[in-house]
Ligand binder design. Structure first.
Ligand code: UTP
Length: 224
């Protein structure tokens, strides 16, 4: 299978979690060993948001705030990439085209953000569309997608399955703001719906969940 794994910064980077990053490095190698092609998109998590705050305090523009967040996501991508492939793999792609080429050459690519005004969910969606991915797995800090924000509402219910159309209705029409946190962003959802790319949202604190999702076990929330 051709896979895109979107690893939330909230999972590996808030705060930076070396144990979990090691487990992700093993997981990615394992998936490659099973013959899959694996594109990984990591976010910058809490550290990226701290830099967004810093940029705001410095009076920098939204675009500049995003640029800093992108840099942070790339540092996490670089660390993971070097752990998997060694020093040779220290270069993190900065465009979708570059990432697709690395994927063709190596069967694995690890990237962060690409340009201001989007989230890494959208990067994952664009990448999935570029490579014709069979599946995106989003590894996040929740068990899946809920009817409401589970951090705010105790009666929020986890959905086992949802259509892209229904998901678009749930997501508030939010203008992009640096550091915005939604379970999956509306722009990414639109791309995935248009391209009909199956997406599964799982709890990323247990990387095993990704293996389960890929092998067809019903886990997290399946969007299709
Ligand atoms: P994300 O919110 O996508 O990363 O990017 P994350 O930390 O993995 O988020 P969780 O774990 O899903 O919550 C962080 C910020 O980086 C900027 C945006 O400001 C975004 O909100 N960014 C990221 C870009 O501007 N462009 C990109 O291509 C990627």
């Amino acid at each position: 299978m051709r896979l895109v794994i979107r690893v939330g910064g909230s999972v590996i980077a808030s705060p930076p979690n070396p144990d979990l990053m090691l487990r992700y490095a093993e997981l990615i190698k394992e998936l490659r060993g099973r013959g899959h092609e694996v594109a990984v998109v990591v976010g910058g998590g809490g550290l990226a948001r701290e830099f967004i705050e810093l940029a705001r305090s410095l009076g920098l523009s939204e675009q500049e705030q995003d640029e800093l967040a992108i840099s942070i996501s790339r540092v996490f991508a670089q660390a993971l990439s070097m752990k998997i492939g060694g020093y040779q793999w220290r270069k993190v792609p900065t465009t979708i085209e570059e990432a697709a080429k690395i994927l063709r050459d190596r069967g694995i690519v690890i990237m962060g953000g690409i340009r201001p005004g989007m989230t890494t969910d959208t990067v994952a969606a664009l990448m999935a569309s570029e490579i014709g991915a069979d599946l995106i797995v989003k590894a996040t800090d929740q068990e899946g997608i809920y009817t409401k924000d589970p951090r705010k509402y105790s009666d929020a219910r986890k959905l086992d399955e949802i259509s892209f159309n229904d998901l678009e209705k749930i997501l508030a029409e939010d203008r992009h703001r640096a550091g915005i946190h939604q379970i999956i962003d509306p722009e990414a959802t639109r791309i995935l719906r248009e391209k009909r790319i199956k997406t599964i949202v799982v709890n990323g604190f247990n990387p095993e969940n990704i293996l389960l999702a890929i092998s067809g076990v019903r886990i997290g929330t399946i969007i299709q």
